[in-house]
Design a protein around this ligand. Sequence first.
Ligand SMILES: [Zn+2]
Length: 408
Amino acid sequence: MALRKFVFFFLIISILGLPACQVSHELPPGTALKPVEVHARKIPQDFSKVTPVPTEVTPAPETVQVTAAVFQELPMAPMVMYHRFIPGGARSEKYKVSLSDLDRHLQGFYDAGYSLVALEDWLRGDMDLPEGRRPLIITIDDLFYADQIFLDDEGQAAPYSGIGRIWQFYQEHPDFNFHLALFYNMGDKGYANRYVNGSFYIESGWQEERAKAIAWCIENGALPYNHFFNHPNLSQLTPDQILWQLEENEAALREALSLVGKPELAKSSDNILALPYVIWPETDAGKQVLFDYQSPEGKPVAAILEANDGAHVRPILPPFSKSYDPHHVKRLNAVQEAIDAIIQKAGEIPTAAHCDLGEIPVDALENPFQMKQAILKQIRQGNCTNGYYTLGQFAFYVEEENVIQLSP
Ligand SMILES: [Zn+2]
């Protein structure tokens, strides 16, 4: 997914008096300004004698249709952590899930009302979901292996790879969404580029095939994040070595994407880290390297992910919650008891509703006061309810006609 998805679902730019046109959520400057028809004036023959007369055109205000996601209670999202996948009929293991089990997981999540949100959207406070669905975040660690993502002859994610299987489920259930967070190590593994009868083999040219698979992931909403170059035990490294692991991994991802002429794709992801083996650096100086790390694009670390075994579901809280700790975000390893626990807990995970705020001037989208007023108007008209409102960069809490800004 090259374009980031905002909370504004129906971003319809309209110019008063002109038919509205549907555009993507990003507003390239001038997109909305369709040429206004001006009556043609007679153009004198001799241009040299003419001083151009400026034509007065009153620019029509640009507006967008804005819809907020509303949660009656504090939104939260269980986060599951997958690793490898097993094609064929073998049984799942602690860090390898058979594709038939994966199918059951996905169906169970879906039937329990879960839909996927993008980790980086969540970390920005953007919790948009189809109405009535509850958020779930799927992460996959230790990429890129072919059993995780493999492209078929048509260049699409093959259903005999884990990500391909999730992609297939999404095609059949579009309201499940397709957002994955992929934690990659570019330095410690080869990529099998040939699939025969349920097995993968590495042959020459695998680097380019891996690069194509990475590009497919980014273009479709499975975004790569740093899991350190060689999947090291960080407690055994010096601060300098830790930094090298981060920077080398980022550089290798960009190099890979350059192989297929798409280095710019690496820039689209936010900067999120997951600890290999869930082991922190030994020293404070080592930990500080993680806290201070900036991506090559200068993005600060948005979160550091840990993980747990067992069946104790500790959903991620929104970044505007006082209890949210970006340096210790918990995930649950995708063994069957964990999946069962997440499904059983579904009733405690708030679902999203929608509040249609109507047509809002584009300028107001950056103005929290005006967004508050827009929400209040809908509350007073009885169109929307109390609760947590998230829309784009803003989050508000609404109660009894009080609209309190939570973030930023
Ligand atoms: Zn790992």
